[in-house]
Design a protein around this ligand. Structure first.
Ligand SMILES: Nc1nc2c(c(=O)[nH]1)N[C@H]1C(S)=C(S)[C@@H](COP(=O)(O)OP(=O)(O)OC[C@H]3O[C@@H](n4cnc5c(=O)[nH]c(N)nc54)[C@H](O)[C@@H]3O)O[C@H]1N2
Ligand SMILES: Nc1nc2c(c(=O)[nH]1)N[C@H]1C(S)=C(S)[C@@H](COP(=O)(O)OP(=O)(O)OC[C@H]3O[C@@H](n4cnc5c(=O)[nH]c(N)nc54)[C@H](O)[C@@H]3O)O[C@H]1N2
Ligand SMILES: [Mo]
Length: 768
């Protein structure tokens, strides 16, 4: 899968984000794919109360919404789902699986929506149509033939609604396994582990309004301009109210620097013309890849020095005494760290860290936001706990304008976990689930994503069932995961669009096409709504408005219920059919099983929905000790051998994870290609390379080397020893066994590589 490198153009990145380009680009996608009538109706319903919850990110909606809660990448996600193109039997008769597998991800997605159920039979070369009932019976038969339920793995991506997720995990547990890996295992798992331990809740402690009340926002390892564009409005609101902002990121992402609101209050899309950009970050720390823990420890050491000079003026002792434990341990751990290590690990000077410390010391309240730049590292859990330590030292949590803001990715990844999509269960959830449905859930923990791949590879798992997502492309070590899937007897994808996983099949493979969130979900004539949870714990309803693109599509809920009925038959007392025909019945059950979801049906119908319980938001910490825990750790960082680089894998502005909307990355000056590697001038020169040159990349981990070929060197403002490439093109380089301690998240943001001139491809003239 090579780009046509001759089309690649590299220009200087823009100096401001969003603005009119965001609007015109969105309109191009919307009108181009959906046509004007659908596009306009869709955009007017997106993120409105009772409308469609945007499929793109998990950022919450403001209480007072503009007529058009506009977001460029939300528009792209809507257009991608709402496209008028569709594919079915004819398309698959024409194209063999082998032929399709040779196409790139952009082309695959661009073919349109999957319109009917399909099967690739054992030894077959093409997907063929299959009746729904036959497909369901085939899966049920295979599941029931397994020697143990643990031989099946049930993956979930993060778009699945609360209702579908609840039903799905119930089916899987009644079937008899906890093998419920999810995309969260590759995403914010480090956050969940760290925060559960430190503050007793694995989620954000703030609400959207806090941005207007805060004195300072720190954004670490996150690119909101691309991945949560509506967060820029909150950052701009914070700045307008006088707050400062610090960005900690190897890249100077334009969305962290400067922003023109594409959504002026009057809702006129073209009102943005002539608006002045808002300056965002006051300070940018170009941290070395993997150096965040060093920065955080450096900040705390500076504060500790000040505190010792003027006791009682820096740390919030009243808060620390009343609300926390472990303060002394953290102080001892900070004293054990030496500045030369902090400088080496962070790639920053002491002055740069000092400047950030000054900004923090000058304020009463601050918010820290983070995402994948923090979570996908070996020591991610300890790093996130250092973020918490910093907040606890300053008492900056549980009061207005102060707290923790992990920014989750998929639009309902947080809700799915709340609903029980997890390879484990909390004791309370288990007890409620078993009582409500009168069965005994499997006792053992199930497999997470990385463990599932190992189990499929060595034959312990034989069936792979995916509720959404694109496992083959999103997982580390593309070659290994493809081989693992190929080793399965049966792979099943419940998906909306054709993707790589459907083309790396097991011995037999099924594609079950489902409704998208923007489509009307009608059962027995009645329209159903679903619900989702945002990154700030707001649970809201979402209702599709478009006629489904094909009569053959089924809701995820219906697919689960039919599969459960066919598989479990009289082993289950659950009335699956009734629940799938009336989602209120599912929500009644959720009310009784999921703590915090009491009276779900009533509260979900309030305009704007309701909030899940959030004790840390009020300064209460539901840990076993009832206090927030300072968690000390040693300063850890990866040391590079000569000639090697750290590679981080990032998203372009034109993709949603493995769904590639286009080949550009406007904010980084990339046009027409994705197989690029961003490098520092000195690193290019010291290797005798040149911008525009084609290179091969090798990664190193535990004596295993992995390779990709034909990437074009792009000269970029990135720290020395660091490089960046796009996910998923770089995934063949990610070692399967390199995972974050305790969260098992693949370390996709820090891969040790070398880069060498390629002898296979033509170099590119980058003067575009
Ligand atoms: N349009 C769009 N929206 C999305 C997605 C999408 O693909 N497209 N994906 C969704 C999902 S599932 C998720 S999880 C989120 C992801 O949202 P992000 O986490 O913002 O996504 P990434 O592109 O992985 O970017 C991580 C950022 O971390 C920086 N970074 C890399 N390594 C390091 C490091 O070592 N330290 C620091 N401090 N920074 C580092 C990168 O330069 C980049 O700015 O977005 C969600 N929203
Ligand atoms: N190298 C590297 N790897 C990464 C990351 C990284 O930063 N770097 N990020 C990781 C992260 S944060 C995540 S979350 C994972 C993402 O991993 P996944 O969630 O598995 O991947 P996606 O690309 O989001 O899944 C896209 C597919 O979902 C299907 N789909 C879309 N909408 C729906 C729907 O409503 N219902 C159903 N059933 N299917 C639907 C479509 O067919 C589409 O092809 O990737 C991880 N992998
Ligand atoms: Mo994610």
């Amino acid at each position: 899968m090579k780009d046509d490198a001759s089309k690649l153009k590299v220009t200087t990145p823009p100096t401001t984000s969003a603005g009119v380009h965001a609007v015109t680009n969105a309109l191009r996608h919307l009108y181009g794919k959906m046509g004007p009538v659908h596009a306009t109706r869709g955009m007017l319903a997106l993120n409105q109360k009772g409308g469609i919850d945007c499929q793109s990110c998990a950022w919450p909606d403001p209480e007072h919404r503009t007529i058009n809660e506009f977001c460029e990448n939300g528009a792209k996600a809507l257009a991608d789902e709402g496209t008028k193109k569709k594919i079915g039997a004819e398309f698959f008769a024409e194209h063999s699986v082998a032929e399709l597998a040779a196409r790139d991800d952009f082309w695959l997605n661009d073919q349109g929506r999957l319109a009917e159920p399909l099967i690739l039979r054992d030894g077959g070369t093409h997907y063929e149509p299959i009746e729904w009932t036959d497909a369901i019976e085939l899966i049920a038969g295979k599941l029931n033939s397994l020697a143990s339920p643990d031989e099946a793995v049930f993956y979930t991506s993060g778009r699945t609604s609360n209702e579908a997720a609840f039903l799905y995990q119930l089916f899987v547990r009644q079937f008899g396994t906890n093998n419920l890996p999810d995309c969260s295992n590759m995403c914010h798992e480090s956050t969940s582990v760290a925060l559960n331990e430190s503050i007793g809740l694995g989620k954000a402690t703030i609400r959207l309004e806090d941005f207007e009340k805060t004195d300072l926002v720190i954004v670490i390892g996150q690119n909101p301009g691309t991945n949560s564009p509506r967060m820029l409005s909150s950052l701009a609101a914070a700045k307008a109210a006088g707050a400062k902002m610090i960005a900690i990121n190897p890249l100077k992402e334009v969305g962290l620097t400067s922003f023109v609101d594409p959504n002026p209050q009057h809702g006129n899309l073209f009102g943005v013309l002539g608006l002045k950009p808002a300056k965002l970050a006051d300070l940018h720390l170009p941290v070395r890849i993997g150096g965040d823990m060093a920065v955080l420890k450096g900040l705390m050491k500076i504060m500790l020095e000040r505190e010792r000079k003027s006791p009682g003026t820096v740390f919030e002792h009243e808060f620390i005494t009343a609300k926390t434990s472990g303060y002394e341990d953290v102080i001892v751990s900070l004293d054990a760290i030496d500045w030369p290590d902090i400088i080496a690990a962070s790639g920053l000077t002491r002055e740069q860290i000092n400047e950030a410390a000054e900004l923090i010391l000058a304020v009463n309240s601050f918010i820290t936001c983070w995402a994948m730049g923090v979570t996908q590292h070996t020591d991610a859990v300890a790093t996130i706990q250092d973020i918490v330590n910093l907040h606890l030292l300053r008492g900056s949590i549980g009061k207005p304008g102060a707290g923790l803001c992990p920014v989750r990715g998929h639009s309902n990844v947080q809700g799915d976990r709340t609903m029980g999509i997890w390879e484990r269960m909390t004791p309370a959830f288990r007890e409620n689930l078993e009582r409500e449905f009168a069965f005994t859930a499997p006792a053992n923990d199930g497999l997470n994503t990385v463990e599932s791949i190992a189990a499929m590879a060595d034959g312990r798992a034989k069936v792979f069932f995916a509720m959404g997502g694109n496992f083959a492309a999103a997982s580390p070590d593309t070659e290994a995961v493809s081989a693992a899937l190929a080793n399965c007897d049966l792979t099943v994808q419940v998906i909306t669009k054709l993707n790589r996983t459907a083309l790396t099949p097991g011995k037999m493979s099924l594609i079950l096409p489902c409704l998208g969130r923007s489509e009307i979900d009608r059962r027995n004539g009645a329209e159903q709504f679903i619900s989702t949870e945002s990154t700030m714990l707001n649970v809201q309803m979402s209702k599709g408005i478009f006629e489904p693109i094909s009569e053959q599509l089924r809701s995820e809920t219906r697919i689960v219920s039919e599969l459960a009925k066919a598989t479990l038959d009289d082993r289950s007392t659950v009335d699956w059919e009734a629940m799938a025909a009336d989602y209120d019945l599912i929500r009644d059950r959720i009310s009784r099983v999921v703590p915090g979801c009491e009276d779900y049906n009533e509260r979900i119908r309030n305009p704007g929905g309701f909030y899940m319980p959030n004790p840390p938001n009020r300064g209460e910490f539901p840990t076993p000790s009832g206090t927030a825990l300072f968690r000390p750790s040693k300063l850890e960082y990866v040391k590079l051998e000569p000639g090697r680089l750290f590679l981080t894998t990032i998203r372009s502005h034109d993709q949603f994870n493995t769904t590639i909307y286009g080949l550009d990355d406007r904010y980084r000056g990339i046009d027409g290609g994705r197989r690029v590697i961003f490098m520092n001038a000195a690193d290019i020169e010291s290797r005798g390379l040149a911008a525009g040159q084609s290179v091969d990349i090798t990664s190193y981990f535990a004596d295993v080397e992995r390779h990709v070929e034909g990437f074009t060197v792009v000269l970029y403002d990135i720290p020395i020893d660091c490089a960046a490439a796009y996910f998923p093109e770089a995934n063949p380089l990610i070692p399967l066994t390199s995972v974050a301690k305790r969260s098992f998240t693949p370390t996709s943001k820090c891969v040790v590589i070398s880069v060498a001139a390629s002898d296979k491809s033509l170099d590119v003239d980058l003067r575009g």
